[in-house]
Design a protein around this ligand. Structure first.
Ligand code: MN
Length: 249
């Protein structure tokens, strides 16, 4: 395989604190292997991006990639969107939030293609001035199961796709059946973002940035569904295609 034209996709990483054995308490950089597999399968070259606390270095990291994937993870710090911590807020990690917000700000300016997954959609919204439900129990109209109890790759609720959106073009359909593994969701939309998908109980499940060739966030986890869903594969394929285009220009 000639991989010289395959775009490099940076994946924002998590921190995992080892909770057993002789490495107890040590921190490790980690990312689910599913993200790596999904990007490789779509023809991209994955590159794990560890959390940095220096903006200048983060910008240099970004110079190395053709596209960006913001991976899933813990809750976003509510102070970043002007709220006090709700009782049902789960663990947050401010360093990662700030790092990813820097990545997003510069990917936006440099028109680098971005796919945000789950938390990736949430930090995208907060980054552009939006806010979140810290837990879906805050939302009184919530009717569906958004944290599924079945296998993670299994399809769960429907997402209705906005006509004319990039998501519609990618999925070639007016609805998608997705998995659902979140307890937070978008409340008010950030500036310059459009809703491109909603669940039937009205939760925002997909967003797109206006004035950017490809900045897309999805509330579900397509990386866990690539074996069972052509629409999940299509999302990664779209990121790779957009990143190839950026590479040429
Ligand atoms: Mn959902």
């Amino acid at each position: 395989m000639n991989s010289s034209t395959n775009p490099i996709i940076g994946i924002s990483a998590n921190i995992l604190t080892i909770d057993t054995g002789c490495l107890l308490g040590r921190e490790r950089v980690f990312i689910g292997q599913d993200y790596i597999r999904a990007i490789m399968q779509a023809g991209g070259i994955p590159l794990i991006l560890p959390i940095l606390d220096c903006d200048e270095s983060t910008i240099r990291q970004l110079d190395l990639v053709d596209g960006l994937l913001l991976s899933g993870g813990g809750d976003v710090d509510p102070n970043l969107y002007g709220q006090e911590p709700h009782q049902l807020l789960e663990a947050t990690y401010l360093q990662r939030d700030l790092y990813e917000m820097t990545l997003l700000r510069h990917a936006n300016m440099k028109k680098i293609p971005v796919l945000g997954i789950c938390r990736g959609l949430q930090i995208m919204n907060v980054s552009f001035g939006g806010d979140l439900y810290q837990d879906l129990k805050e939302h009184d109209q919530i009717a569906l199961q958004h944290r599924q109890k079945s296998q993670l790759y299994q399809e769960s609720h429907l997402v209705d796709v906005q006509k004319g959106s990039i998501l519609e073009r990618i999925c070639q359909s007016d609805s998608i059946r997705t998995n659902s593994l979140h307890h937070q969701a978008i409340k008010n939309l950030g500036k310059g973002l459009n809703v491109s998908g909603r669940s039937r109980d009205g939760i925002i499940e997909a967003i797109e940035k206006i004035d950017h060739p490809f900045m897309l966030g999805v509330q579900w986890h397509p990386e866990l569904m690539v074996e069972v869903s052509p629409q999940a594969c299509a999302l990664f394929q779209a990121l790779i295609n957009a990143s190839k285009k950026g590479k040429q220009s």
